[in-house]
Ligand binder design. Structure first.
Ligand code: FAQ
Length: 333
């Protein structure tokens, strides 16, 4: 099960690196050079990237589910077409990211196996349910908004294939964020019932979105190393604050209230300050006990099983074609 599997995280033995290679590598990172797949890199850098890129890919793939829930119930043909396009984009992002992870020497099959067995994480946010149409607005506005805040920085990541994948992904995420905000705007300016639906969505998504940025800096186990290697450019707390500062005025423009009685603007610092985040909820979701963890994994495994015949057929076709080509080659000799 997901919860148990997380406890069995790969504890690969640490590798003793050649100090000269390591010094040259660290100097390249410090000089803002891009690291490419065939370049020498420390094992820890490779592992961190495989972990982060694959978790990111899994998030995009699992992230299709909460929105897929509304495709057949979108309120108009236009909304349905937009939602379908967005979900397809998320699938595409997952595939680019799996390809970027593969450049680090791990196979697609292994990456899938890590997700399906529960050894790999995906973003906590996709374990929450999408209960009303307003959730499609809130997911676009807040979840994609948080994703962009994190991913703009990743466009400057030291690992070339990841950085380049992020440039296109960010362009698409930007469209996603705007379409979500437009849904929220329509609902917020609609009937009292529609405005209430928008407010309810904000109430449910605000805190989980703040958790998307990861644990506080003081307990973020990977941040220090990832920042030295220029994988991460900003700390979890710094990005969370940027998101809060950008998003609170947008929510006020909608005429909505944030579900945080302690939210206040600090004139001296120029930042919005929030109340305490409930990190016990974050831990619970990460340990597999969020509202939808089981449902998300069950669905992903079912889809994998349902698609087995397609993979088998493609493999059989490739084998037949290879055999035909080999026979034709022999006949021509
Ligand atoms: N959920 O030491 P740190 C999207 C884990 S894409 C689950 O701070 P790090 C698009 C972390 O993995 C959203 N686990 O870790 C979309 C680590 O566990 P590990 C995904 C989390 O890596 C929109 C442990 O906690 N985006 O939304 C979370 O330095 C709409 C310790 O944490 C990305 O993946 C979490 N929220 O920083 C799709 C961006 N936070 O691996 C559909 C790339 C932390 O040791 C619809 N990733 N953990 O077992 C990153 O930037 C980083 O990996 C962080 C975490 C910032 C997420």
């Amino acid at each position: 099960m997901y919860a148990q599997a997380l406890d069995q995280k790969d504890k690969a033995p640490s590798v003793v690196e050649d100090p000269e290679h390591l010094a040259r590598f660290e100097a390249r990172c410090a000089a803002e050079e891009k690291i490419e797949p065939k370049d020498w890199m420390p094992e820890g850098y490779r592992r961190t990237l495989i972990r982060q890129i694959s978790q990111h890919a899994h998030s995009e793939i699992i992230g299709m589910q909460p929105e897929g829930n509304w495709v057949t119930r979108a309120p108009s043909l236009r909304r349905k077409a937009v939602l379908l396009a967005k979900i397809q984009d998320e699938g595409g992002h997952g595939l680019y990211l799996y390809s970027a992870a593969e450049t680090l020497g791990i196979s697609r099959e292994e990456l899938y196996e890590q997700l399906l067995s529960g050894r790999a994480k995906y973003s906590s946010i996709f374990n929450y349910p999408t209960l009303t149409w307003a959730d499609m607005g809130a997911v676009g506005w807040l979840v994609d908004g948080a994703a962009i805040m994190n991913q703009i920085a990743l466009c400057r990541c030291s690992y070339g294939p990841y950085a380049r994948a992020m440039i296109r992904i960010c362009k698409e995420e930007s469209f996603h964020q705007r379409q979500g905000y437009e849904i929220m705007l329509t609902l917020a300016k609609g009937t009292p019932a529609q405005k209430e639906m928008a407010q309810d969505a904000l109430n449910r998504w605000w805190w989980p979105c703040l958790m998307m940025f990861g644990p506080p800096d003081a307990v973020s186990e990977h941040s220090q190393e990832s920042m030295r290697w220029k994988i991460k450019r900003f700390s979890n707390d710094a990005l969370r604050q940027k998101f809060i500062d950008a998003t609170v005025p947008q929510g006020h423009y909608l005429g909505l209230t944030f579900p945080d009685p302690d939210l206040k603007f600090n004139e001296a610092t120029g930042h919005w300050e929030i109340g305490a985040i409930d990190w016990s909820e974050f831990k619970r979701v990460l340990s597999g006990d969020g509202p939808c963890n089981r449902q998300r994994m069950r669905h992903r495994r079912q889809v994998e099983a349902d698609g087995a015949w397609v993979r088998d057929a493609a493999r059989a076709h490739a084998e037949k074609r290879a055999a035909r080509e080999a026979a034709a080659k022999i006949a021509a000799e």
